[in-house]
Design a protein around this ligand. Structure first.
Ligand SMILES: [Zn+2]
Length: 465
C-alpha cells in the first residue's frame, strides 16, 4: 500500500515493522460532549484505513484511548479541564460525564459502521503508566519540575517540529487560546507532563505521584497508552490534522525521549470538515451531531458515503445540499444492488479485474472516491449478478455502507418463504397419514438447520443458532 506520511510529507510505501502485522493507534475522543460530525469524519476515514489494511491481508491491532482526564480547554496546556467543564455544565460528576459521552460516542460510531478498536483504554485506567513515563523522562533529563508541575524540555531535542514546514512563531499562534504565558516554562514549546498546580484548582480527579497529588497532562496519555498496548514500535498513528501540533508533536517528543529510539513510522492525518464559515467546531454555529442528522431524516450511512466521496487529505465542506446529493446517490445505489439476482455462484476469475480496480484505488493512499467508482464499474460490468454481489460484498468489507444488506434480507425472506411452505406441506402430509412424505420433509428441514417445535399456539420454527 502507498500511504501519505505526515512525517516527511510524502507518499511512501507502507512497510510495517513486523511483516504482516500492523500496530495502529488512534487518538480517541475527549468525552465531555457529543462528537460533532467533523470529529467523526476522522474516525470514519481511520476506520476505512483499518479495514483496508485487513482487506489487504494484514493482521491489525488498533488501540484507542478515551480522554477522561487532563485535556484542558486549550490544546496547549492552559485553561480549565474540559471534563470538569462538562461536569459543571450538566451538574454531574466527571466520571458520570465520561461514561455518558463515551457511550454516546460509540453509539454514533455504530450508526456510522465504525468498527470498535481492538483496545479501548480510558486515561484514568493508566495513571501508573503515566507516572512511570514521566519519572523516566525526569531521570533521562528530558523533563524538569517548576512551580509544582513537571514539564517536558523541548530544547533537549534536535528536532522538535517533526512534521516540518513549521515555523516557531506561526506555531505559537497555532496554540489557540493560550493567552497567558506559563512563566514556569523554560522554552515556549515546553508542555506539562504532570500537574500539581493549576490556576483552575477545582480538578475533581487527582492521584498521588512522586511530585505531589495531581493529574496527568493530555499528551502523555497517548504515548503511554500506545506503549502499553502496542509496544515500543508503532506502525501508524492516526488523528485529525488539528492534532498534528501540538498534540502529536509532543507525543513524538516524549515517546522517543522515553524509548530512546524512533517510535512511530507513519502519521495519518485527516483534514478538517468545514462549513460555509470555515472549520466546524463545537463552539461555532450549529452543533452538528449524528443524532441531529437523524432527526432531520438522514441515514447516518449517507454521511459516511458523503465522507468517502472525498479524499481524506482534502478539506471537506459540509452543506445540507451536498448531503442531500449523497442521500440520492445512496438510495439509487442500494436500489440497483437490491435488484440484482443473487442466484448462482460468483465467477471469481471474472471478478479479478474489478478486485484489482478496487485494490488499486484504496491501496493508493486510500482513494475512497475511486473505490466507490469501482462499485459502479461492477454494476455496469458484463458479469453475472452473483459475481457483482460477491464483488460488492467484498468492497463493502472496507466501505461499510451496508451495500448488500437489502439483498441479504431479501435472501432471508426467500429462505423464510421456503421453510413456511415446507412446514405447510409436512402438516398436510401428517393429516393425510402420509408418513413417508412427512419424514422426508422433516429431514429436509433438518438439513436446512431449521428447528420445528409443536407448541400449544401451533407450529413454531427457527434457524439453528
Ligand atoms: Zn492522542
Amino acid at each position: 500500500m502507498i500511504l501519505y506520511n505526515s512525517l516527511g510529507q510524502t507518499k511512501q510505501e507502507f512497510i510495517p515493522h513486523t511483516e504482516g502485522k500492523v500496530n495502529m493507534y488512534t487518538c480517541g475522543p475527549t468525552v465531555y460532549h457529543y462528537a460533532h460530525i467533523g470529529n467523526l469524519r476522522t474516525y470514519i476515514m481511520e476506520d476505512v484505513l483499518e479495514k483496508y489494511l485487513r482487506f489487504a491481508g494484514y493482521d491489525v491491532k488498533r488501540v484507542m484511548n478515551i480522554t477522561d482526564v487532563g485535556h484542558l480547554s486549550s490544546d496547549a496546556d492552559t485553561g480549565e479541564d474540559k471534563m470538569l467543564k462538562g461536569a459543571k455544565r450538566e451538574h454531574k460528576t466527571v466520571m458520570e460525564i465520561a461514561k455518558f459521552y463515551t457511550d454516546a460516542f460509540f453509539s454514533d460510531c455504530k450508526k456510522l459502521n465504525i468498527k470498535m478498536p481492538d483496545v479501548v483504554e480510558p486515561a484514568t485506567n493508566c495513571i501508573d503508566e503515566f507516572i512511570h513515563m514521566v519519572s523516566v523522562l525526569l531521570e533521562k533529563g528530558y523533563a524538569y519540575i517548576a512551580g509544582g508541575n513537571v514539564y517536558f524540555d523541548t530544547s533537549k531535542l534536535d528536532n522538535y517540529y517533526v512534521f516540518g514546514n513549521m515555523n516557531e512563531d506561526d506555531l505559537a499562534v497555532g496554540v489557540r487560546d493560550s493567552v497567558e504565558e506559563d512563566s514556569n516554562k523554560r522554552n515556549k514549546a515546553d508542555f506539562v507532563l504532570w500537574f500539581t498546580k493549576s490556576k483552575f484548582d477545582s480538578q475533581e480527579l487527582k492521584w498521588e505521584s512522586p511530585w505531589g497529588v495531581g493529574y496527568p497532562g493530555w499528551h502523555i496519555e497517548c504515548s503511554a497508552i500506545s506503549c502499553k498496548h502496542n509496544g515500543e514500535y508503532l506502525d501508524i498513528h492516526c488523528g485529525g490534522i488539528d492534532n498534528a501540533f501540538p498534540h502529536h508533536t509532543n507525543e513524538i517528543a516524549q515517546s522517543e525521549a522515553y524509548l530512546g529510539h524512533k517510535w512511530c513510522k507513519y502519521w495519518f492525518h485527516v483534514l478538517h470538515l468545514n462549513d460555509a464559515r470555515g472549520k466546524m467546531s463545537k463552539s461555532k454555529g450549529d452543533f452538528l451531531t449524528v443524532s441531529l442528522l437523524e432527526s432531520k431524516g438522514y441515514n447516518p450511512l449517507v454521511y459516511r458515503l458523503f465522507c468517502l466521496q472525498s479524499h481524506y487529505r482534502k478539506p471537506l465542506t459540509f452543506s445540507y445540499d451536498s448531503l442531500d446529493n449523497a442521500a440520492i446517490a445512496y438510495d439509487k445505489l442500494i436500489k440497483r444492488i437490491s435488484a440484482l439476482n443473487p442466484e448462482g455462484e460468483p465467477d471469481t476469475e471474472a471478478a479479478k479485474p474489478y478486485l484489482k480496480e478496487f485494490n488499486d484505488a484504496l491501496g493508493n493512499d486510500l482513494n475512497t472516491s475511486l473505490g466507490l467508482t469501482a462499485v459502479y464499474s461492477v454494476l455496469k460490468a458484463d458479469i453475472s449478478d452473483a459475481t457483482k454481489l460477491y464483488l460488492i460484498g467484498e468492497f463493502d468489507k472496507v466501505l461499510s455502507l451496508d451495500l448488500t444488506k437489502a439483498q441479504e434480507s431479501k435472501t432471508d425472506s426467500f429462505a423464510n418463504e421456503e421453510v413456511e411452505a415446507l412446514i405447510a406441506q409436512r402438516t398436510e402430509a401428517r393429516k393425510n397419514k402420509d408418513w413417508a412424505t412427512a419424514d422426508a420433509i422433516r429431514d429436509k428441514l433438518k438439513e436446512m438447520k431449521v428447528v420445528v417445535e409443536d407448541t400449544k399456539d401451533g407450529i413454531k420454527w427457527h434457524f439453528e443458532n
